[in-house]
Design a protein around this ligand. Structure first.
Ligand code: ATP
Length: 368
C-alpha cells in the first residue's frame, strides 16, 4: 500500500498555462480519495503527475515517503485506468488480463490461475476468449479494471473510468469498484466530475476549481460544511440557492439574516448562529438547498417564509422545481403542482404565488 503526498505541486504547461496551482494534498494508506471538479480544472493533470506521465513544474511529490518527482513511471508501482479502457484490441480478454503478469515474467501456472480468479470476481469469466471489440462498454471497463489490479500495485489511479457508460451501468460498476478497492485495501485516487459518484465512492473528496484546491474532507464534511460557495454549488445536484443577506443581531437574542424584502432569524441555540454572528454588520452569501424548503399554501402565516411569484416551473422527474422572482430561492414542489403553487405545470407559473418556509439553512441552520 502506498501513501501519496503532494506538497505545493504546480503544473505550468508549455505556453504558460497554469493548470495546477501550488496544490497540497495527501492520500493515506488504503484510502479512496476522489478528485472532483469541473472540466478543465486540472484533475487529469494532477493524476498524470502522480503517475509520472506529466512533469511537475514545481513542488514535491512523495510516494510511500519517497521523493518521487523524477521517478520513472514503471518504478512507481502504479496502475492506471482510463475513461476508454485502452485494451489491446488483438488480444483476447484472457490475453489482456494476463499481459501485465507476462511482462513481469510471472510463472505461467500462476498467471492462468490469477486471470481466471480475477475474471470470476469481475463477472467476465464467460468472455475470456473474446476480443475487446466484441464487448460492451461496461464489460470493457471491467477488463480494464482487471488488467489494472492483476499485478496488485500499491496505488490505483482512475481517470473517469465510468464516464462513457450509461447511468445504470455506472451505478452498478461504481458499487463494484468501491467494494473491490476496499477489499484489496489499495490506495486509490479516482478522478470524476460527477458529484454523486464522488459522494458515494469516496473516503475523502478533494474539490478543485481552475487548478486550485477548494476543499478536502469526508463526503459529509464537504457536503454539510463546504469551504467555499463554489464547493457548495458544485456538490448539489439541484441548483443551490445563493442569496445575499445582511447579518444583524437586533436584540442580542438571535441573529437576523436580512435579505432585503425578507428576514429570517436564527436562535442562539442554533449551532451555526455563532459562526454567522461573526459577520454582524456585513453582507454574507447564504446557501439554501431547494430541498431544505417546503411550499406553503398562499397567504399562510406560519413563522418565517419567503413569498414571491413563481417565474417558472421545471419538471425534474421525481419533483418539480419552482423558480421564484429574482432574489428569491427555488423551491421543490410536489407533483402535480397542487393548490399550494398555482402554475399550469408546463413551465408557466405566471400569476401564482408561493410561500416557502425556511426550515434549514445550509450555512445557518434554523429549525422553525
Ligand atoms: P476534464 O474533466 O475535461 O478531463 P480535467 O479537470 O481533467 O478536465 P485537465 O485535463 O487536467 O483537466 O486540464 C487542465 C487544463 O490544462 C485545461 O485547461 C487544459 O486545456 C490544459 N491542458 C491540458 N493538457 C495540456 C497541454 N498538454 N498543453 C497545454 N494545456 C493543457
Amino acid at each position: 500500500m502506498s501513501t501519496v503526498v503532494l506538497d505545493k505541486v504546480t503544473k505550468i504547461y508549455p505556453g504558460g498555462f497554469l493548470a495546477v496551482d501550488r496544490l497540497s494534498l495527501q492520500a493515506g494508506e488504503g484510502e479512496l480519495l476522489v478528485l472532483l471538479g469541473p472540466s478543465g480544472c486540472g484533475k487529469s493533470t494532477l493524476l498524470r503527475m502522480i503517475a509520472g506521465l506529466e512533469e511537475i513544474t514545481s513542488g514535491d511529490l512523495y510516494l510511500n515517503g519517497e521523493y518521487a518527482n523524477h521517478l520513472a513511471p514503471r518504478d512507481r508501482d502504479v496502475a492506471m485506468v482510463f475513461q476508454n479502457g485502452a485494451l489491446y484490441p488483438h488480444r483476447t480478454v484472457r490475453g489482456n488480463l494476463a499481459f501485465p503478469l507476462e511482462i513481469a515474467k510471472a510463472d505461467p501456472g500462476h498467471v492462468k490461475e490469477r486471470v481466471v480468479e480475477l475474471a470470476r470476481g469481475l463477472h467476465i469469466d464467460e468472455m475470456l476468449d473474446r476480443k475487446p471489440g466484441t464487448l460492451s462498454g461496461g464489460q470493457r471497463q471491467r477488463v480494464a479494471m482487471g488488467r489494472a489490479i492483476v499485478r496488485q500495485p500499491s496505488l490505483f489511479l482512475m481517470d473517469e473510468p465510468l464516464s462513457n457508460l450509461d447511468a445504470g451501468m455506472r451505478t452498478e460498476l461504481r458499487m463494484e469498484i468501491a467494494a473491490l478497492v476496499r477489499a484489496l485495501g489499495v490506495t486509490t485516487i479516482y478522478v470524476t466530475h460527477d458529484q454523486v459518484e464522488a459522494l458515494s465512492l469516496a473516503d475523502r473528496i478533494a474539490i478543485l476549481n481552475r487548478g486550485v484546491l477548494q476543499d478536502v474532507g469526508t463526503p459529509t464534511q464537504v457536503y454539510n460544511d463546504p469551504a467555499t460557495a463554489f464547493v457548495a454549488s458544485f456538490l448539489n445536484s439541484q441548483q443551490l440557492n445563493l442569496l445575499e443577506a445582511l447579518v444583524r443581531t437586533p436584540q442580542n437574542q438571535f441573529v437576523l439574516l436580512d435579505f432585503g424584502t425578507h428576514r429570517l432569524t436564527m436562535p442562539w441555540n442554533d449551532p451555526r448562529a455563532y459562526a454567522v454572528s461573526q459577520h454582524v454588520g456585513r453582507t454574507v452569501l447564504v446557501g439554501i438547498r431547494p430541498d431544505a424548503l417546503v411550499p406553503l399554501p398562499p397567504h399562510a402565516d406560519q413563522g418565517q417564509y419567503f413569498a414571491g411569484r413563481v417565474r417558472t416551473l421545471e419538471y425534474h422527474g421525481h419533483e418539480w422545481l419552482a423558480y421564484l422572482e429574482a432574489g428569491l430561492p427555488a423551491v421543490p414542489v410536489p407533483e402535480p403542482p397542487d393548490q399550494r403553487i398555482h402554475g399550469n405545470g408546463n413551465g408557466n407559473g405566471s400569476g401564482s404565488r408561493a410561500k416557502a418556509l425556511l426550515r434549514r439553512l445550509l450555512m445557518g441552520r434554523s429549525e422553525e
